[in-house]
Design a protein around this ligand. Structure first.
Ligand code: EPU
Length: 342
């Protein structure tokens, strides 16, 4: 394994911000991690673990060691009646992994397709889309404790998953390198009913007059929905949802409803609290299309911020502040970035 110096991070983050890392290393084998944590560069400098770079904003050059996780392989580890456990390396592409499983008639993961993350990033940000969360299919997470060098397996409960949140963003931040994720899936039976509760899915199913869909068919419906509703990350430089959907007190929502009857919401685990759509709030604040020089808000989905070419980290931070200020003054709601600022 080779530690490089002064490396551009442009191709390692989906905003394609041209920040530089003082040091850069790519982990391709688990043994690389042991070499890395005993290396002088690791000991002397701060370090940052990077997956697909789909949820990160580099606001400046990184004066430490960036470690890109590129561990690749996947295999079924156990089958118990209709339940199948699949172990997938952290560097594998999330969408490809979900599709391979569905093609093998393993279901429960169909709502979570077409998300451009790596497998190892999914437990960190606990992907949430179309009514399902990564935590619904993650059985456990395997990784290396970066202080002791020990291999550890964390159960689903130990990952402390919450909406777009987990222990890896808090107590284990920078302390644990995820090497693989063990998924718990079900073999698809003819009776299997995928989760089609999400409003957009219901509409798509109704418009196609479908009576019943398989896991793979639902995945294809969701792929089409995402293509229609979100800018294609192959064409634009973005990190997808920039802010988390805010969780607010139901009484605040009731007050807002007088003025904005179209506000949509989802329930949360706490009875009194509900989740609103940050995209809808930004849209209602008339910020869709809004642009500041080389950065701006997608005309397709107001939650998606875009780098049009020459945008920098500070440009993006300024744009995010403009949005937060406008939404706060109009709705009294503080939007929290989902994207990690570095
Ligand atoms: N809406 C607007 N204007 C907009 C965008 C959305 O009015 O510009 C309204 C629409 O009425 C829509 C509702 O907001 O029905 C909710 O929008 P959407 O279904 O796209 O969901 P979201 O809450 O904005 C979340 C995830 C997305 C995920 C979708 C689908 C977060 C932060 N984002 O977005 O994740 O695809 O649900 O379930 O939770 C991502 O992580 O990059 C991402 C796109």
């Amino acid at each position: 394994m080779h530690i490089q110096e002064n490396v551009s991070l442009k191709k390692y983050n989906t905003f394609q911000i041209d920040a530089k890392a003082a040091f850069f290393a790519e982990v391709q084998h688990t043994e690389d991690i042991h070499y890395l944590i005993s290396n002088e560069v690791w000991i002397r400098y701060p370090h940052l673990i990077l997956g697909g770079g789909a949820n990160i904003l580099f606001t400046k050059d990184y004066a430490g060691l960036v470690v890109k996780v590129s561990l690749l392989w996947k295999h079924i580890i156990e089958e118990k009646d209709s339940i199948v456990y699949v172990n997938v390396s952290a560097g594998e592409d999330w969408h490809e992994t979900m599709m391979r499983m569905l093609e093998q008639k393993l279901v429960w993961c169909e709502n979570l397709v077409y998300i451009p993350w790596t497998v190892g990033s999914a437990p960190v940000g606990n992907i949430w889309a179309y009514g399902k969360e990564a935590k619904d299919i993650i059985f456990s997470v395997e990784g290396i404790d970066l202080i002791s060098g020990e291999t550890k397996v964390l159960s689903n409960a130990e990952c402390a998953f919450d909406y777009r949140d987990s222990v890896f963003k808090h107590d284990l931040k920078g302390r644990f390198l995820i090497t693989s994720v063990i998924f718990k899936l079900q073999k698809e039976t003819p009776e299997y009913q995928p989760d089609v509760e999400y409003k957009d899915i219901q509409q798509a199913i109704a418009s196609q007059a479908l009576e019943k869909v398989s896991g793979l068919e639902l995945a294809n419906i969701i792929i089409e929905l995402r293509k229609k509703k979100l800018p294609d990350r192959h064409d634009v430089w973005t990190a997808g949802s920039f802010f988390k959907n805010p969780i607010v007190d139901k009484s605040d929502y009731d007050n807002l409803l007088q003025k904005y009857p179209e506000l949509i919401w989802w329930p949360t685990d706490e009875l009194r609290m509900i989740k609103l759509s940050a995209g809808q709030l930004i849209d209602l604040a008339e910020l869709k299309w809004y642009r500041e020089w080389y950065v701006g808000i997608s005309e397709k989905h107001a939650l998606v911020l875009i780098n049009y070419g020459w945008g920098t980290g500070p440009n993006m931070v300024k744009l995010a502040k403009t949005i937060q200020k406008k939404v706060l003054s109009q709705f009294g709601i503080r939007l929290e970035p989902e994207v990690l600022f570095v």
